[in-house]
Design a binder for this molecule. Structure first.
Ligand SMILES: NC(=O)c1ccc[n+]([C@@H]2O[C@H](COP(=O)([O-])OP(=O)(O)OC[C@H]3O[C@@H](n4cnc5c(N)ncnc54)[C@H](OP(=O)(O)O)[C@@H]3O)[C@@H](O)[C@H]2O)c1
Length: 297
């Protein structure tokens, strides 16, 4: 059968992409912007029409496309809005059009940052809650959602947030926390950002299961606990036996970041649980227990 259970993972070198590769093994067809042996080379920012996707992907066998790649550096997007728009907005839409023409499911990873986290309209948000992104990153991802759904009405948009767990590049928040606390370095953590931290490994069965169930449209896929960033950091530190005393709670304003962050946010996952009741999204204690050795190794 064409595809033989294989899936295209766009942006496979990132923390979520690596989890797809680990879970799917030989059934994953990986892409990167860079030339890598055995991988396809695909740059979302370079896609403006479907023929460019076809030039790379025609003749490759896969039964679904998972677009996890993106310009994920939230503050970096403020400095390069045009690149963010192409990478997170235009390119994913073009790829969705290609998936529709191939007749395969398409999954686009989006973000809680499409919401504003305003005190008068706080999260955890439902899928149909009003969007109002505060940053270039959030705006570009929302544009991606719109373009994807317009190009491929059977597509899935999975919004997630504060993704943590094993990360080969050791770039995610928990990896930074481990580096700091092990090095005896004080870490300033915003105490006014509330979210629903998500174990990266749990995103894979969620995505695969929703595709297998034929789900379409927007789903929130996120962890079960609503936590302030400081509380999250303290719990991770405690689970890993690190010195939480080095965590210093500050306001988001004090951090002086380029991009505005949603404060009272988080993603509600009732729709996911209704659609897929047997799926387990793990909280901090269970997640860290699952990957402690990898994180500290
Ligand atoms: N991490 C979070 O907390 C979080 C929260 C909410 C939503 N998300 C979303 O979840 C998805 C996965 O996040 P992640 O944590 O795995 O991100 P990540 O670790 O930063 O990885 C993103 C990957 O995207 C690829 N990429 C960057 N620019 C690209 C381009 N122009 N074309 C194709 N690929 C490109 C990069 O791979 P190459 O350099 O090899 O091309 C990179 O490895 C993203 O779409 C992100 O927006 C993440």
């Amino acid at each position: 059968m064409a595809g033989a259970g294989r899936s295209l993972i766009v942006g496979a070198s990132g923390q979520v992409g690596r989890q797809f590769l680990e879970a799917m093994g030989e059934r994953a067809v990986a892409t990167s912007r860079e030339a890598r042996e055995g991988w396809l080379q695909l740059d979302l920012a370079a896609l403006s029409e479907v023929g460019q996707a076809a030039a790379v992907l025609d003749g490759q066998e896969f039964e679904a496309i998972y677009c996890v790649g993106g310009m994920t550096h939230v503050d970096g997007c403020e400095a390069a809005p045009e690149l963010a728009w192409r990478t997170n907005g235009v390119g994913p839409g073009v790829l969705a059009e290609y998936a529709r023409r191939r007749g395969v499911p398409y999954v686009f990873f989006s973000t809680e940052y499409v919401f504003d986290g305003a005190a008068e309209d706080p999260g955890p948000y439902a899928e149909e809650s009003r969007t109002n992104p505060l940053s270039v990153y959030g705006k570009s991802k929302l544009e991606g959602e719109r373009r994807v759904m317009a190009a491929h009405p059977g597509a899935l948009v999975l919004r997630t947030t504060v993704v943590y767990g094993p990360d080969a590049k050791r770039m995610n928040y928990v990896c930074a926390l481990i580096r700091n606390l092990r090095g005896g370095v004080t870490m300033r953590v915003p105490e006014d950002q509330v979210s629903t931290p998500t174990y990266n490994r749990d995103l894979i069965p969620a995505a695969l299961g929703l595709v297998a169930a034929g789900a379409t449209g927007v789903f929130h896929v996120s962890g079960p606990e609503v936590l302030g960033r400081l509380e999250f950091a303290r719990r991770v530190a405690a689970e890993l036996g690190l010195d939480g005393g080095l965590l210093e709670g500050v306001s988001t304003t004090e951090l002086g970041q380029a991009a505005a962050r949603p404060l009272a946010a988080g993603l509600g996952t009732e729709k996911l649980r209704r659609m897929y009741p047997e799926l387990k999204m793990r909280g901090v204690a269970e997640s860290i227990a699952d990957c402690r050795a990898e994180l500290l190794g």
